[in-house]
Design a protein around this ligand. Sequence first.
Ligand SMILES: Cc1cc2nc3c(=O)[nH]c(=O)nc-3n(C[C@H](O)[C@H](O)[C@H](O)COP(=O)(O)OP(=O)(O)OC[C@H]3O[C@@H](n4cnc5c(N)ncnc54)[C@H](O)[C@@H]3O)c2cc1C
Length: 364
Amino acid sequence: MQVDYLIVGSGLTGATIARTLKDAGKEVLVLDRRSHLGGNVHDTFHPSGIRIHTYGPHYFRTSSEAIWNFVNRFSKFYKYEAKLKTLIDGEFQNWPVSKDYVEELCGKDWKPGFTGTPSNFEEASLASMPQPIYEKFVKGYTEKQWGVKATSLSASLARRFTVHKGDDPRLMPHKYQGIPENGYAAFMTSMLEGIPLELNIDYLKNRQRFEARKLTVFTGPIDEYFDFDLGRLGYRGQQRQHQYLSDVDVYQPCGQVNNPDPNNGPHVRILEWKHMMNPELTSQIQGTVITSETPFTPEDAEQYEYPFPDSANDALYQRYRERADQIPKLLIAGRLGEYKYFDMDQVIAHALMLCEKILSMYEK
Ligand SMILES: Cc1cc2nc3c(=O)[nH]c(=O)nc-3n(C[C@H](O)[C@H](O)[C@H](O)COP(=O)(O)OP(=O)(O)OC[C@H]3O[C@@H](n4cnc5c(N)ncnc54)[C@H](O)[C@@H]3O)c2cc1C
């Protein structure tokens, strides 16, 4: 089968590129090997009526008017500003850590636990927070998440952590924050409306069946595209254990409670989905669903979640990237194609930028 633009993967990268090219009047076909569209931006209903995000909790946020307008084309969003707690010494504490808690534990004149140029994650984290906060909130969580000592992780990973100096309990400060009114699956379906889509097709096992006249955009794992012939890139995934508590109305104070204590089980967090739903829809629901997430190292590419942040993986990725960039009529992109954690707004912005390049290169 021939098509001008073949888009492999219907996640936010593939869907944003497909939508933009289709809107520009181009011929597009989208393939996905999963039985549903939308990639990791997906959800389903538990029989109780509680909506569960299939691949972990997804909080949409952006400070960009343009990205907010783009996503609102496909769904209304209800306001949802994630507020997280962390279980410390048997009590729920704010995450990011509140100023009050830091001052109570470390005094008003607390000092960062490290000065100088950090050479690893632990030092980089300590450069922005006092040692006791790092020990209680960050170290255990990080070591469970990645399965290695915090001192062996890259310093650049520490950027995702902040010690909150104000009293704003929100996880993120972005101007626009929300969740699609009818869920992520409906949002992604709307984004791909009117675009030819074939599900349950693994492109890599069917390469001969599909040919792009202009460009193939591949949004699966870059190492898998090359049959892992230089070796496998490292990833962590999460094993999710769901539990329906029919007699419990509310299990925990918010949608996500982190569990950094290594002596309190291997899970990194517990999610309670009812908190993330539109409150208008939850009053009639009986019981609650909680999900514990325990990190592991997946073999199956469909379970890849977080790229492993170390220099060996960065170097291996660069070797695959150099090869990919030599292949004509091929663009490998997205979180798996670029071996990079992107938030949803970042992935959309990046895909829109790629579309500008595609249109200027292939549609002169
Ligand atoms: C646990 C977790 C929680 C997250 N939470 C948030 C959050 O709260 N807020 C936020 O903004 N972002 C969040 N994200 C990030 C968000 O999930 C990503 O930005 C987004 O999913 C990236 O989209 P993508 O299209 O690049 O990749 P994907 O969604 O992975 O899509 C890739 C698609 O390609 C398909 N594919 C792969 N190989 C093939 C093949 N050979 N043939 C056919 N199809 C193929 C896959 O089946 C998949 O559908 C989270 C990510 C994770 C892992």
